[in-house]
Design a protein around this ligand. Structure first.
Ligand SMILES: O=c1ccn([C@H]2C[C@H](O)[C@@H](COP(=O)(O)OP(=O)(O)OP(=O)(O)O)O2)c(=O)[nH]1
Ligand SMILES: [Mg+2]
Length: 156
């Protein structure tokens, strides 16, 4: 763990019974955006299968923030293991166990051991919108063009 405490936002965390003895989510380097989070269970992900992996803790995120659950690129690149709902959203009013939904996109079984770093958690501010319903929207050069309208892969 590194010394970037000056910029930290306190977030309450409650260990659940099966979470005792596990490392808390932690920043691996001083500039890390995410805290690596470890699995609280042993599970083998078969090819194509998915599972909500226990973390062994619950949180109370301050209002105005969320926690995003993101995959680790090493697991994605080397093993085809990722988070299908990335970024997963942990709401500030959620008090259940934080879980990491993982999917195995490879052709091989992938064993997860309790204590393995499986994903990363990013604390992020949330901006709250209010709808301003109108009859007409302003015109732009893009207009309704989207979904590759400016040219995509291999376009001339
Ligand atoms: O990767 C995730 C995503 C969600 N959650 C928990 C915390 C979150 O606050 C709650 C609801 O998540 P979300 O809003 O993404 O799911 P939903 O399908 O919309 O369920 P709900 O109707 O409960 O909001 O589930 C996790 O533990 N891990
Ligand atoms: Mg929801």
């Amino acid at each position: 763990m590194t010394d970037n405490a000056h910029s930290r936002i306190p977030v309450q965390l409650k260990r659940l019974p099966h979470g005792h003895g596990l490392a808390l989510p932690a920043y691996a380097t001083q500039g890390a955006a995410g805290m690596d989070v470890v699995a609280a269970e042993n599970i083998t992900l078969r090819p194509g299968s998915r599972h909500a992996v226990a973390t062994g803790f619950a949180v109370a995120i301050p209002e105005g923030y969320e926690i995003q659950v993101r995959p680790r690129s090493g697991l994605a690149l080397k093993h085809g293991i990722t988070v299908p709902n990335t970024p997963g959203t942990i709401d500030s009013d959620y008090r259940g166990e934080v879980k990491v939904i993982m999917i195995n996109l490879s052709d091989d079984n992938f064993p997860i051991q309790r204590g393995d770093r499986i994903a990363q958690l990013v604390l992020a501010p949330v901006t709250i919108a209010s709808w301003d319903e109108v009859e007409e929207l302003d015109e732009t050069a893009r207009g309704a063009g989207g979904f590759g309208s400016t040219g995509g892969h291999g376009a001339l």
